[in-house]
Structure formats: C-alpha cells, structure tokens
Design a binder for this molecule. Structure first.
Ligand SMILES: NC(=O)C1=CN([C@@H]2O[C@H](COP(=O)(O)OP(=O)(O)OC[C@H]3O[C@@H](n4cnc5c(N)ncnc54)[C@H](OP(=O)(O)O)[C@@H]3O)[C@@H](O)[C@H]2O)C=CC1
Ligand SMILES: O=C(O)C(=O)Cc1c[nH]c2ccccc12
Length: 290
C-alpha cells in the first residue's frame, strides 16, 4: 500500500504539467503511466505531418517556455523533445507500464483507493491518495463507429491513431469518416500523396485558419467571446467564401463559445478546403455539361 497526497494518471502533457505545478507547491505526488514512455499519443499514435495547430504561446506547459528561436507552430518532433526536456528538467519520474484498473472514493475517510497493475512485474499496487488527477487523455481511446459489413470489408480499415502518412496509399481509393481536425488533415495528406480521397462531413463545422484562431485566442483575453466569435466567423467567410455551396455548413454557435461550452473544435484548415472546393466545382461543371 502506497500513501500519497496526489496520484496523477497519465504522463502526457496534462499529467506532466500537473506534476510540475505540484513540485512548485512542494506537494508530493506519484505519476503513473500505462505505456513505457511519456507523451505516448504524440510519440506513437500521431501521423507524421502533425503539428499542434495552436501557436507556441498557447501550447507551452507551465514554468517552461519554448526557446525564442522555436518556430511559432511547433513540429511534432520538437514538441515531443520539449516534453522530454520538461520531464527531465522538473525531475518527473513516471511509474511506467502501470495501468490503473479501478479507483473508488471513500466518503468517510475522504480519500481515493486506487488499484493499479504493474505490467512488467505482473503485480498489483494499491494506492491511497487524497487527490486523484485523471490525465489519461481526452482522445486516448479509439472510436470506430459500428458499420454493418465492416467485418467482411475486403479492404484495409484503420483508425486515425494508426495512420502515419499517405505514402502507402498512392493510387488507392480511401474514404475518410469524420471531419474533425484529424479527418480533415488526413484527407489532405492522402489526396496530396495521390490517393483518390473522399471525406464524410456529417455535421456543421467551423473552418478557420491557424492565424485567425491565434488572433481569436489573443482577443479572447480582452473581449467577450461572442464578440470574438463574430469576428472569427466574418474572417472565415472572407477567407473561405460561402462553404455551404460545397456541402460544408457552419454551426449556429461561434467557434470560441462552441469550444468552451461543448469542447468541439473548429477545423483549422491545412489545405483540405481548397481541394474540396476544387473537386466540388469540377463536379458541378460536369453535371452542367451532362
Ligand atoms: N494539429 C492539431 O492540433 C490537431 C488537433 N486535433 C484535436 O484533437 C481532438 C480530436 O480530434 P479528432 O480526432 O478529429 O476527433 P473529433 O472528435 O474532433 O472529430 C470526430 C469526427 O468524426 C465524426 N464522426 C464520428 N462518428 C461518425 C460517423 N459514424 N459517421 C460520420 N462521421 C462521424 C464526427 O462527427 P460529428 O461532429 O457529427 O459527431 C466528427 O466530425 C480535437 O480537439 C482536435 O481539434 C486533432 C488533429 C490535429
Ligand atoms: O482544439 C484543438 O485542438 C484545435 O485544434 C483548435 C482550437 C484550440 N482552441 C480553440 C478555440 C477555438 C477554436 C478552435 C480552437
């Protein structure tokens, strides 16, 4: 049985940031991680061309800025290196290969009982903690919708977390299901690597550029979100035109409010929208001619 004031589950950016803040407050903690490394999603389950969409001032962790020479938009490898440097600098020592199986809160004793599995040793570890920080990843679990017939589909079907690059899809026909930032960027990567690409967009989305979002996030420090949203929507219409002509409709709520209230993100265009517009215009021309 290990007694700790705080148990942190997950050694991704959120878990590492929490650990550092606790160190600065001189609060002891234990951090556990089921993988054998920190930042495993970024390291092992992200596609090659991924960069955080947010400018560096919005995706740095507490107590350590990026060096001045770092680019405004940090490439994946630099982000992973930053997380490694952060882990070393603040002497964060995650217990790797440690999988939390259950946690229960004892209302009488006002503490958490946590059962974890040491996957290397095959043993059980019991923790008692006053606070439990769940930093196990908003997007760590794959979500593949139930699609009748998928089991017998003769082609390859993968989740976005296993996608690396469009290189291996040259000349193939690929359907991307999902038009969040992953789906839209993967569709662009596939198309620009010569795959015959289709994407399903089932719900309204905001399409923005990373520069507009950066400005919006800066303005949000000083102005109410609905005002910032009006500006963002206007800027997007100016940049992309009326996308409903091409099958992309906009949610009623603005992008900043939507993010705050529901967690749903705007799509930050990496070039996909230009390709969709081109393809949809060609299709319309062909229909007019026929
Ligand atoms: N460069 C970056 O910084 C990147 C950041 N991200 C962020 O990571 C988070 C996760 O992004 P992402 O992986 O895109 O996941 P999201 O949850 O944001 O998007 C999932 C998409 O899949 C659609 N979908 C789900 N089920 C179905 C279905 N059965 N049929 C059709 N469409 C379906 C959803 O549609 P619906 O809305 O209708 O449910 C939605 O468009 C987000 O916050 C995103 O912004 C992601 C990639 C890159
Ligand atoms: O959520 C993400 O990961 C994004 O890609 C973009 C994003 C972060 N903060 C925002 C606020 C408003 C709109 C989009 C974003």
């Amino acid at each position: 049985m290990e007694n700790v004031p705080v148990l942190i589950v997950g050694a991704g950016p959120a878990g590492l940031a929490t650990a550092t803040c606790l160190t600065h407050l001189s609060i002891p903690y234990v951090i556990v991680e089921r993988q054998d490394c920190n930042a495993s999603l970024w390291r092992n389950r992200a596609y090659d061309r991924l960069k955080p969409h947010l400018a560096k001032e919005f995706c740095e962790l507490p107590h350590m800025s990026y060096p001045a020479y770092a680019p405004t938009y940090i490439p994946k490898a630099m982000f992973v290196k930053y997380l490694d440097d952060y882990t070393t600098r603040f002497n964060i020592q995650p217990k790797y290969l440690t999988y939390v199986e259950s946690s229960t809160y004892d209302n009488g004793k006002k503490c958490w009982s946590i059962v974890a599995r040491d996957m290397a040793e095959g043993t059980t570890i019991n923790f008692i903690a006053k606070f439990l920080v769940v930093a196990s990843g908003e997007n760590s679990a794959e979500n593949i919708p139930v699609i009748p017939g998928l089991d017998s589909f003769p082609g390859e079907a993968i989740h976005s977390s296993r996608y690396k690059s469009g290189k291996s899809f040259f000349g193939k026909s690929v359907l991307v299901i999902g038009s969040g930032n992953s789906g839209m960027e993967i569709a662009y990567d596939l198309a620009t690597h010569g795959a015959n690409t289709l994407i399903v967009i089932r719900s309204p989305i905001h399409v923005m550029t990373k520069e507009v979002i950066r400005l919006g996030m800066t303005l949000a420090h000083h102005l109410p979100l609905n005002l910032v949203d009006s500006f963002l929507v206007m800027a997007a219409k100016f940049i992309f035109g009326y996308l409903s002509r091409h099958g992309i409709t906009m949610p009623k709520m603005g992008p900043m409010l939507l993010k705050t209230k529901t967690g749903r993100s705007a799509v930050i265009d990496v070039g996909t929208v230009g390709l969709i517009k081109k393809a949809s215009s060609k299709l319309k021309e062909a229909l007019v001619r026929s």
